[in-house]
Design a protein around this ligand. Structure first.
Ligand SMILES: [Fe+2]
Length: 345
């Protein structure tokens, strides 16, 4: 395990971040972080002759801006503004908090990656064992195909059937295991699309993790009825009721609006109830609800008090009425040969 874990950490630092000698690497953590993961990443940073710095804080009660009142905003911001690399291993994430926003605005060289709630096994499965060079070719091809389309339809065996338009002015993020350039990066194996606002219609069924508020797979699939991108009905079991209450408690129209959809394409990811891993299970789609940043959907994004995500397993996807993925299996003739060999085993 230790050797496999160290190899995974080396891959993160050498291959994905391409950390160079004398660069500064800040690793953030909180009281709920798995410190074994932090320890091996520190070793990998030292091994390439760079300078690691671990900043650990008491776990805040909220995430993003909701964490602000409990954060050491000034010292944390200053460290993040001056570092080359920031790897976030926090449980309650700092993404979109004030220190994050300050760093993003002032530090144009920053390479950031959000790796919340990581543990040893997750790091080995989703980083250590994933061949990123092969995966990247596939992911770039499906990203290009998606960006070129005007409309998208997604169905799932659980009963989902939803359509929407693709807005070419919105940013399509492809996280394929390359964090060597400045920017906001996520764990390998996700392509994110922000649909044209107001264009989403149909049913979306969450049968993987829903986070927040559940932080787990629901007791029964949660069925959302969506009209013009707004959730008008939520049905299912006990967890559907909890989810409905959670969204309505914000008393914010933005928290009833669909935000983004992402394809999951990490060959190592398995369904565990951890959203970071579940949303990368091969062939799933993940829907976000609520806040969208102005960067992802210029010029204003979508304002909302918070953001949550849910997973739809084994998705079928049509781009401009052409089926490219059938229940999680790539069928498009242009890209099916690019699917990493570990998926076809
Ligand atoms: Fe999201």
């Amino acid at each position: 395990m230790n050797q496999e874990l160290q190899q995974a950490a080396d891959k993160l630092i050498r291959d994905i971040f391409a950390v160079r000698k004398n660069e500064n690497v800040v690793i953030t953590a909180d009281d709920d972080t798995n410190m074994q993961v932090v320890k091996v990443v520190v070793q990998s940073v030292k091994a390439v002759g760079a300078h690691p710095m671990v900043i650990s804080i008491p776990t805040p009660s909220g995430v993003g801006k909701a964490a602000d009142p409990e954060l050491p905003i000034e010292p944390l911001s200053q460290a993040l503004i001056h570092t080359d690399v920031w790897i976030e291993f926090n449980h309650q994430w700092l993404l979109y908090s004030t220190p994050f926003e300050r760093a993003e605005a002032a530090n144009k060289k920053l390479r950031y990656m959000c790796l919340v709630d990581f543990n040893e096994e997750l790091m080995i499965r989703t980083i250590g064992k994933v061949e990123v060079v092969e995966l990247r070719k596939f992911m770039l091809a499906i990203t290009a195909k998606t960006k070129a389309a005007r409309s998208m339809r997604v169905t799932t065996p659980a009963g989902g059937d939803v359509t929407f338009n693709i807005d070419p002015s919105h940013y399509t993020a492809c996280d394929s295991g390359d964090a060597s350039m400045p920017g906001i990066h996520m764990l390998t194996g996700q392509i994110n699309v922000v649909p044209e606002f107001g264009s989403i219609n149909g049913k979306i069924v969450f049968d993987g993790s829903v986070t927040p508020p559940l932080g787990a797979i629901p007791d029964r699939p949660i069925v959302l009825t969506v009209e013009k991108s707004k959730i008008v009905k939520i049905e299912g079991g006990k967890d559907a009721g909890i989810f409905d209450d959670f969204l309505k408690r914000f008393q914010d129209d933005g928290m009833l609006r669909m935000a983004h959809i992402a394809y999951g394409f990490n060959p190592g990811a398995i369904l565990t109830g951890n959203i970071v891993e579940d949303e990368r299970v091969w062939g799933c789609t993940e829907w976000g609800i609520g806040y969208v940043s102005p960067f992802d959907a210029p010029p204003h994004g979508q304002s909302a008090k918070s953001h949550c995500d849910g997973i739809c397993l084994n998705s079928s996807v049509w781009l401009d009425d052409c089926l490219i993925m059938k229940e999680g299996v790539i069928v498009d003739k242009d890209i099916r040969d690019l699917v990493p060999s570990e998926i076809n085993k």
